[in-house]
Design a protein around this ligand. Sequence first.
Ligand SMILES: Cc1cc2nc3c(=O)[nH]c(=O)nc-3n(C[C@H](O)[C@H](O)[C@H](O)COP(=O)(O)OP(=O)(O)OC[C@H]3O[C@@H](n4cnc5c(N)ncnc54)[C@H](O)[C@@H]3O)c2cc1C
Length: 463
Amino acid sequence: MSDVQIVWLRRDLRMADNPALHEAAKLGPVCAVYVLDDAAAGHHAMGGASRWWLHRSLESLSKSFGRRNARIVLRRGDAVEELCKLAGELGTRTVHANRHYEPWWRKAQGTLSEKLDLTLHDGNYLFPAGHVTTGSGEPYKIYTPFYKAMRAQFPPRDAVPEPKTLSSPDEWPESDDLADWDLLPTKPDWSGGIAAFWDVGEKAAHHRLAEWDADVGDYEAKRNLPSVDGSSRLSPHLHHGEITPVQIWHALKHHRSEGWQSYESELVWRDYAQNVICQFPGYGSRNYREDYDALQWRDPSGDENAARDLEAWQKGMTGYPIVDAGMRQLYETGWMHNRVRMITASFLIKHLLIDWREGEKWFWDCLVDADYGSNSVNWQWNSGTGVDSNMFVRIMAPLTQSEKFDAAGYIRRYVPELSGLDAPHIHDPEAHGCRPKGYPRKIIAHKAGRERAMSAYKAMKGE
Ligand SMILES: Cc1cc2nc3c(=O)[nH]c(=O)nc-3n(C[C@H](O)[C@H](O)[C@H](O)COP(=O)(O)OP(=O)(O)OC[C@H]3O[C@@H](n4cnc5c(N)ncnc54)[C@H](O)[C@@H]3O)c2cc1C
């Protein structure tokens, strides 16, 4: 009898195109394990919305394993220690895992490979981070040349099928009960809106992909319109690894439209973000551009006005309808439209002059797709502090954005106080004299916010 093959699941909660599982199944009996390690990631431990998703996704994948008379063993604690313990119980040294690039997972992968025979597989990205390099063999720092170089390497690898059979160890090791992990909120249970918005799991991801196949052609035309369902909404499925970008790429590659070209470039952004955190592991908590360390942010921990403004932003009570709709969509559904993520991020950083890390932290807790690479790369892009970023001095005007991208329907959906208003009034009810009772005044005027941000920027530059 061959040794048991441990498959260490993390953000790869799927049966199909799972290279770690696929290889393990060819070599012997499989024991898949998920270890809930709350300490490894430090202050990037999984946020509330991600924990909700994880529960549902593990539940769904466990059923898929069950249909093959197999199980997922659940353990809680330090991932490396738990894997070593499990290997001892099973009398094996072999572990398969798909490679992840978060700094805490890279560290754990390194430590584990000193203790057991760990085989890392490349499964969650179009290409492994570091695969696409400049002519001199250096990793790219800037997105556009990275994108061009990656496109020149297409096609990505072929997807691997689900294992045909999974043979079991002689005896199943003990497992925690998923319900005991308390991943679902109870007091209060804030997850009703999220549960109504999403179907979780591998099957749901493929169902969404099939729908998206019919719509991807319109992506370029519709992707910036928050009132329209014009993007794939595959991000949480991708983040938790219920589907891979390789599966998506092969399923959609027959398209020739501008929409597909544009969509493909967004999948490359996802790979690019991993490429960045691989080079700069502290990207989620440190400015890449160190001169920004001197920027005088308003600090909510020591300034009660800043604390009040941060709370208004988090709760969607800023008096800017597009910002409030976005923040409420985030809280209600665990997701926010990309254009509105940019508007709300810019508003926090520039109009409120609050450090991007406060926003990153809130998104981390509230997003079902919260991803260390994608979140930090996008926050640093918006704040101008990143390796490839927008300039700090480009300050988005939320009211203009709201009109330009026709956000009226979106605002009516997420800010019920404004549901009786039409465009153009709905974009700025205060200016049109029709602000309903209960909806706040703007917490800062656009011009005043802009000027305060510019002064802070100039002071940082010593101008
Ligand atoms: C401040 C801010 C924070 C963000 N935080 C996250 C995050 O934590 N996790 C996350 O997955 N995305 C993040 N994004 C990127 C983007 O907003 C989401 O990926 C997108 O809105 C997800 O919706 P979708 O699946 O419909 O995307 P689509 O428009 O359909 O795009 C397809 C896929 O490409 C990837 N993608 C698209 N845009 C980006 C991007 N700008 N950067 C990286 N990957 C991208 C996603 O995996 C997405 O599912 C953030 C953007 C901003 C501005």
